[in-house]
Design a protein around this ligand. Sequence first.
Ligand code: AMP
Length: 296
Amino acid sequence: MWRSATGEHMTLRFAVPNKGRLSERSVQILKQAGFEIEDGSDRKLFAAVKDRDLAIMFLRAQDIVRFVHQGAVDLGITGKDLVSEAGLGVATLIELNFGYCRLSVAVPESSGISHIKEVKTGSIVATSFPNLTKKHFSEKGKRVEITRVSGAAEVTPQIGVAHLIVDLVSSGSTLKTNGLKEIDVIMESRAVLIGNKKSVRSKKAEIQEIVAAIKSVSDAEDKKYLMADIPVGSLEEIKKFLPGIAGPTIMKIMGRDDVVAIHVVVDKDKVYDSVNRLKKLGATGILIVPIDRMVP
Ligand code: AMP
């Protein structure tokens, strides 16, 4: 391992979750950003990146915040919820477009409670987020007892260990299966790229390059590239609902004066409507393709 005179490690270290919900997409995003992870086989703790002074560490999502804070690794992908819970000073560099969930308060359906105001003083709350839970309930003026669990909080009311829970929810189906209902949201969460504050200053250029590459993947994720042949007469109308990045690219089609080809970047959630509107305006040969990266 390379170390500078001040004891800092020279190779940039980038931590990704080794298992769990954030793991697969984190590795994929690095690959899409152009980092070739060498021999990134399962169960590895560490992998080199081809042609770069960058090492990938596979760690638990919970530990990543602490290791980034300590400077044992320079960068890491983890959950925003875990960053807030840890309360440690790290730099949030990008909010990524995956790992969406929310930290919620849930009670048994049978409790009859539908608002946090109705939670009885002294109720026991099971959670793996004791700090955020404590803060939230005290902000709401509620005195509760917190029992810490490392997972599966949703079963605790059934086994008589807690009256209610604070846990991460995405679809809400796990809550439902366990006879629980959400009564309050503490925070919205998603995956984030975080950096050690000192590294962000001392290795600024290298880190900025990595951040830009990952951001280009993350930005592209919400977009699609749309191509279509359209009647010249519909062009003005089409421009109104297909603004693109800097306006659609319009190309002549050889031998045709009545039709042009357009290429445009569209928000993913607008693709469906855009295709329908294009078809109504006489567009043909519509192609929609994914974008790997968008570099401004
Ligand atoms: P895991 O390693 O699978 O326990 O989850 C780590 C992180 O995944 C959590 O801290 C959240 O940031 C994120 N996550 C996204 N959706 C969910 C969900 N529905 N339940 C739990 N974690 C989620």
